[in-house]
Design a protein around this ligand. Sequence first.
Ligand code: 5AD
Ligand code: FES
Length: 348
Amino acid sequence: MEQPKRLIDKLEATSMLTKEEWVALIESRNEGVAAYLFEKARKCQYQYYGNRIYTRGLIEFTNYCKNDCYYCGIRRSNRNAKRYRLAKEQILECCQMGYGLGFRTFVLQGGEDGWFTQEKLEDIVCAIKRGYPDCALTLSIGERSKESYQRLFEAGADRYLLRHETADETHYGILHPPELSANHRKQCLWDLKEIGYQTGTGFMVGSPGQTVEHLAEDLLFIRELTPHMVGIGPFVPHHDTPFAAEVGGTVELTLFLIGLLRVMLPKLLLPATTALGTIDPNGREKGVLAGANVVMPNLSPVSVRKKYELYDNKICTGEEAAECQDCLRRRMENIGYKLVVDRGDYCQ
Ligand code: 5AD
Ligand code: FES
């Protein structure tokens, strides 16, 4: 058998490859290898989750951000970004509408916005959990102190998403200003896990300066962390950032990495991301067929959708949540999967 297929078999058997093996596997991939990988990935997906696809209602509640990541459209230096914050009542309205549509997980995502103090955040978390006790609440609000994470957990938050972006410190420095570090971000992830959150990490595929060695380090870091969720999507340039003229990531490599993640950690909650749906009209379907089992439609008011523009041409900025849900349900059914009404917890 050719070497890449042998490596996939080894990954399946041991869930572990060395850095050199990861590099060799990613570098020697081709259509046949990908087909072999996706078949195994779908088997893992089926074993733990059947043909069930979980949905998360994403509420993008602020696009103010104190950070200045070079890739991101809502970085603080982007003077053209139209800034907004949702009031607590608006956030709760999003939950109410989402609950009616069948969502049982809400994801509160935002830039690192100091206007939302610890107290305000805890109050919002409590209000959501009080109103919707049968729902899971995920936070995605960046790097914070362990104490802050602890208090938000005690207020009722169940899960936390914080992509590590790249595990390599030097590459991290290409993507971020000097005040941010890969080490600090990784420490946040260890803290979140220790506190007891269902924890999600992830990275962009094809970000500027990314090499196959960096991807190997990402996979090694994820194996070490063993998170519950991993979100990956292609890097997509944003016109008002220093990376406006950079080349974006590909569908092909993103799918291959989704497949590798599914086989490495078969129980993972793995979203077919909006970024993947943005660079390919059937990106999310392809993501599911490569091993993804989560979709995250937007519940934010349509009036602010366009403003949470992390990258260019983001899809679904004009559609109501109900439209996206119908659209996704149809798309999943077309490929033999089913959107389910369920908190969609990590399979223990
Ligand atoms: N292209 C793709 N993904 C991006 N993100 C931020 N900017 C971009 C971009 N230009 C991703 C980051 C972040 C997540 C919320 O969105 O990985 O963690
Ligand atoms: Fe939003 Fe298809 S998922 S329009």
